[in-house]
Design a protein around this ligand. Structure first.
Ligand code: KIV
Length: 283
């Protein structure tokens, strides 16, 4: 019997010292294969802005676009926990607006939402989500939606004081009800210290070995997105090569009339084919 992964399963994994595997997905079939391969969490990350839609920044993607991709992913997943990433400005205008948008994400098929950052306002949004039955994954460290305020892709928690400040924020998210926290681009000693001082799991990306689980952008780990590659990416496949070689071969086959072959074509019944042949002769 297929057992759906829930936020309780995720907490139990941390408590049992079992690492949590998380990957991003943006479409139905990739999500389906990931689910069948056994990933614990499928995150419909707003990284889809860059890797699937070709925008320069995650700030460009809208709520409407995120909902389309989230519902496609959710239709492909039976077992894993599906998390919808709340895009830039979809939760920053007012608490009411944020709850409405987070609710839309669950209506599209997500089991939880991810929200970046920690301040008094974000804590209010998280509390209201939890009270409305919407589980929340927090996101601290480098938070891509604040790239302009942070001044670029920069490692966070680079000394004891900033690590303590990160832990302080993480504890606030935990108290507000977040079920786990993504730590992005944090030195591994800092991520370890934060992980050991929380009861909820941490999910690292560029945060070293000691988080409760790890996430990678699927287009990075599958070698599909090649515009840039951060230090923490491990390439498990070379999809760029697979796609390029397949397309080259296809073009060659079309030009040399090797595709389509007879067995790839629909055929008339024999009698109709003969009649048509006679028509050709007559005209
Ligand atoms: O958008 C995304 O893919 C993310 C992960 C990198 C955590 O936020």
């Amino acid at each position: 019997m297929l057992k759906k992964t829930t936020i309780k399963t995720i907490q139990k994994m941390k408590d049992d010292n079992e690492k949590i595997s998380v990957l991003t997905a943006y479409d139905y079939s990739t999500a389906k294969y990931m689910d069948e391969a056994g990933v614990d969490i499928v995150l419909v990350g707003d990284s889809l802005a860059n890797v699937a839609l070709g925008y320069d920044s995650t700030q460009s993607i809208s709520m409407t676009e995120m909902l389309i991709f989230t519902s496609a992913v959710a239709r492909g997943v039976n077992r894993a926990l599906v998390i919808g990433d709340m895009p830039f400005m979809s939760y920053n205008i007012s608490v009411e607006d944020a709850i409405k948008n987070c609710g839309e994400m669950l209506r599209a098929g997500a089991n939880a939402v991810k929200i970046e950052g920690c301040n008094g306002y974000i804590l209010k949004v998280i509390k209201r989500c939890i009270n409305s039955g919407i589980p929340v994954l927090g996101h601290l460290g480098f938070t891509p939606q604040s790239i302009n305020a942070l001044g670029g892709h920069s490692i966070q928690g680079k000394d004891v004081d900033s690590t303590k400040a990160l832990l302080d924020d993480a504890k606030k998210l935990q108290e507000a009800g977040a079920f786990a926290i993504v730590l992005e681009m944090v030195p591994e000693e800092s991520a370890k210290y934060i992980t050991e001082n929380l009861s909820i799991p941490t999910i690292g990306i560029g945060a070293g070995r000691f988080c409760s689980g790890h996430v990678m952008v699927s287009d990075d780990m599958l070698g599909k997105f090649s515009d840039y590659q951060p230090k923490f990416v491990r390439k498990y496949a070379d999809m760029k090569k697979v796609i390029t070689n397949a397309v080259k071969q296809y073009c060659k086959d079309v030009k040399s009339e090797l595709y389509p072959a007879e067995e790839e074509s629909f055929k008339l019944p024999m009698a109709e084919a003969i009649k048509l042949k006679n028509e050709e002769i007559l005209c």
